[in-house]
Ligand binder design. Sequence first.
Ligand SMILES: *Cc1c(COP(=O)(O)O)cnc(C)c1O
Length: 525
Amino acid sequence: MELTSKYVNTYIDTRGVVEERLSFTQAVVKGLAPGGGLFVPKVIPRFSLDDLISLSSLSYAGKAATIFKAFGVDLPAQTIDGCMEDAYGLASANFSVPEVTPVKRLDTNTYILELFCGPTLAFKDLALQCMPRFFSASIDALRAQGAPEAKEDFLILVATSGDTGKAALEGFANREHTSIIVYYPHGGVSDLQQAQMLASEGNNVQVYGLHGNFDDCQTAVKQVFSDEAFAQELAAAHKLRFSSANSINWGRLLPQVVYYVNAYLQMVASGAVQAGEPIDVCVPTGNFGNILAAYYAAEMGTPIERLLCASNVNRVLTDFINTGVYDITDRSFVTTPSPSMDILVSSNLERQLFELNGRNPELVCQWMRALGEEKRFTVDKQTFKALRGRFSADWVSIDESLETIREVYDACNYLLDPHTAVGYKVAQRLSGSNPVLIAATAHWCKFGGDVYRGLAGIKAHEALPKELAQLSGFALNRYIAENYQYAGEVPWRMAELESREQRFGEVCNTDASAVKESIVSFLQA
Ligand SMILES: *Cc1c(COP(=O)(O)O)cnc(C)c1O
């Protein structure tokens, strides 16, 4: 195919509700489809092996731009190139290494895809450095066409349990046509996560702590989100509309496809595989966005054979992949050292189901209705067969996940974070003869306490030795870096936070009216 062809793809939704022909820019600005479904592109572009290999000579930003163009993004080529240079280019210095997402060899057949070199040291940066730039560019483009969905600017509301909030703050800071408020459970995130958020820069950002846990926080934000009267007030008084920019936005998914293509090309370049030879990919999974991106990379022609889904004890996805039954009737939510995988309802799975059932929206509607009403659904035989044809899954206990950190440190001279440790253990159990690429989703320094527990053989939830228990997160990271040679240095972006001014610190009550007041006071400031 002609890689730079300027065709425009259209977007359909997983519940078959939308009848108009929507473009990329419309799908990104709308976020969620009316009817609750998710947008997917009508056509998935297909690259031949030669097309793929020809991308090798491009920079990461160049590859990303080429892939977006192949997906038929309805923006001028120049705009796409510019957004990608700003997000991933060397000059932007957003990512600490020129490869952006380097691949490292752990042992004979195991490779690590480091997705933690961005501004917040977690893989969500890959999507959230890119998506807000496309979001603003989409608003400009739609306004120029007089499209009604882009009349107002957008206020992004995010409830976060830690990682997403900071990545969203970094991505939306100073982006045209947007402002962002992040709410986090006060006392419910680590001191480092809090320091990361409170030191955020940008003239369009605000952070509030809320009394209560993450669930309370999310409930309050959701209530405000669906308050029609308040939304109308906001539109009238401030010409603003709400958006959530969460991981079900197609604009967050597409950037993630790029790093799987890029990883394969790195493996070919280093001789890990011959061009065309298949690899397997193993992903520590939560909302199913990251592993779904690997699926789309495979559909585009990247030689990825099996997708290995790794869960922690909150193993609803593993059970689903092994049985075809998604069942949350009898599951309680367990807090683990890999909090970003602690999840019961995995929102991006809906797209995967749509792809595996032959893009049948009636079946998706049926399953989602059952999930809402009976808290479970069972897929049909054919869909289950398609699922088993591509995916394998397993889960790892809390103890095992921490033990794996020590095991890999000793055997491979490499320090994993607790999420990636889950991925490693599952890869070890499920991988066959293909080389396996494990997505490393966070830098260890974001989870120093549990990483130390793993290294020192202390169980999760048990106290650290007295002299370490009293240290700040920053000091504990330094201790680990000084005492474990393969830990490497603490990335400067984490280390420098200790002396940074904290711009925010206000804590509010956790109810919808307090959240509304906080929004009004932010907009008046
Ligand atoms: C968000 C996150 C995950 C889960 O990714 P999904 O795309 O939701 O499956 C895993 N690990 C880390 C560190 C994360 O921040």
